[in-house]
Design a protein around this ligand. Structure first.
Ligand code: NZQ
Ligand code: ZN
Length: 390
């Protein structure tokens, strides 16, 4: 196990009707003026936004609003938000939505007290040393941004989708998680979320670090629970217990708990970010395409952990040939994704002929000559993986 620092100060308030506590929580966390950030309208249609406004008013707080954040959020909304937040003097950003909304709020939070261009943080030109507070009312379990210190933004002009990690500054001060808010999710978005949280665990599980038994077993346990609960939600989208477990799993998958002490991988995420940047697909759907291809590549090059996942989570029978076991794992994973209604190839994703040379070039320009850690992938390797996904 490697040395680590794990700092996770978020206050999670979980359960039915918890959004009614938002005003009191904001006051408790020192807010005087709030900026609500939300997406394309689901929170308006469900009445959630009205309930959030009411609880802020009841707590004596004033607020301004920034709506219209799109999935795979871009820099334009961040600049708009930074301007609005400075003019309005808000000191707490309240994200009401999913990863796209939360990540936009985090980018604004880091950008407001910074004199330069917020994009500097995403390209490693500057470090976050100050940020406004961010809080969350979560509406989709997927990105795990409600518990992470990460944010992912796309720069429209260059189609660069980049992530920023600043856990000391960007973890939300509180996250309100009411599973009932996820009943309105379309089945496809639920499936994308399930895939994303699973892959957040894979990125930590696929490690060469030894003596990480606790992390390994936590990963396997949470994955097993996700598979079970995803089946239940597919059967009945209004199953509170299943929705609740998925919601908590999405947080646990990405707040760092499952990867403490491990060297993490993240090649699949970097490869997918190029796909969603270029083709505008949902992140979880892009992962359902890239990850089985990545695992197929690993079955030949480094099958050990894929075989272990197959045995312990997907019930692949034990045999001497680890490559065969790893391929068995890929096949069962694809079967599950298909059951959830996810694509498992570029074709099924609706990208008939992806520009693989461009994907590879942008990937290595943005992320360096080698990506991932489980196997350090060269441009030749990533090209092969994209081709395996055709
Ligand atoms: O915009 P609205 O109208 O709210 O609709 C959203 C959006 O169309 C809809 N939705 C959300 N909650 C709903 C709902 N529809 C009905 N009922 C509800 N309760 O779902 C759609 C997707 O929302 P989005 O926020 O984009 O989903 P997600 O949480 O999957 O976030 C994806 C973004 O997060 C990034 C992804 O790359 C992508 O840009 N990620 C962020 C990470 C992080 N910050 O740590 C890690 C992840 O790996 C990921 O890269
Ligand atoms: Zn993800």
């Amino acid at each position: 196990m490697e040395n680590f620092v794990f700092y996770s100060p978020t206050e999670f308030v979980f359960g039915r009707d918890t959004e009614r506590q938002v005003g009191a929580l904001a006051v408790k966390h020192g807010a005087s003026r709030v900026m609500i950030v939300y997406g394309g309208g689901s929170a308006v249609r469900s009445g959630l936004l009205d309930r959030v406004r009411l609880t802020l008013r009841e707590a004596g707080l004033t607020f301004c609003e920034l709506g219209g954040v799109q999935p795979n959020p871009t820099d334009a909304k961040v600049y708009e938000g930074i301007g609005l937040c400075r003019r309005e003097g808000a000191d707490l950003l309240l994200a009401v939505g999913g990863g796209s909304v939360i990540d936009t709020a985090k980018a604004i939070a880091a950008g407001v007290p910074y004199e330069g261009d917020f994009w500097d943080f995403y390209i490693g030109r500057a470090q976050v040393t100050r940020a406004l507070k961010v809080a969350v009312v979560l509406t989709i379990p997927a990105a795990g941004s409600e518990g992470s210190g990460n944010t992912v933004i796309t720069k429209s002009a260059t189609l660069q989708k980049m992530s920023l990690r600043a856990p000391m500054y960007l973890r939300p001060v509180f996250s309100v998680m009411n599973p009932e808010l996820t009943y309105t999710l379309p089945a496809f978005q639920t499936a994308c979320g399930v895939c994303d949280m699973m892959i957040h665990i894979f990125e930590r599980y696929f490690t060469n670090t030894t003596d990480v038994e606790v992390s390994d077993r936590m990963c396997e346990g949470v994955l097993t629970a996700i598979l079970k609960e995803a089946y239940r939600v597919r059967q009945n989208p209004q199953d509170y217990g299943a929705r609740a477990n998925l919601m908590w799993a999405g947080m646990v998958a990405h707040n760092g708990t499952c990867g403490v002490g491990c060297e993490e991988d993240w090649a699949s995420h970097f490869m997918e970010h190029e796909v969603s940047a270029l083709y505008g697909v949902a992140h979880g759907a892009g992962l359902a395409v890239v990850v089985p291809a990545w695992m197929t590549f690993m079955a030949e090059r480094h099958p050990e952990k894929v075989a272990q996942l197959g045995e312990r989570v997907f019930g692949v029978p034990v045999q001497d040939d680890l490559q065969e076991m790893a391929l068995g794992c890929v096949s069962r994973l694809k079967h599950f994704f298909r059951y959830m209604g996810l694509p498992v190839s570029f074709k099924e994703l609706g990208v008939e002929s992806p520009d693989i040379p461009l994907l590879v070039r942008k990937l290595h320009e943005n992320k360096g000559p080698l990506v991932g850690n489980y196997v350090r992938l060269t441009p030749k390797d990533t090209e092969e993986i994209y081709r395996l996904a055709l």
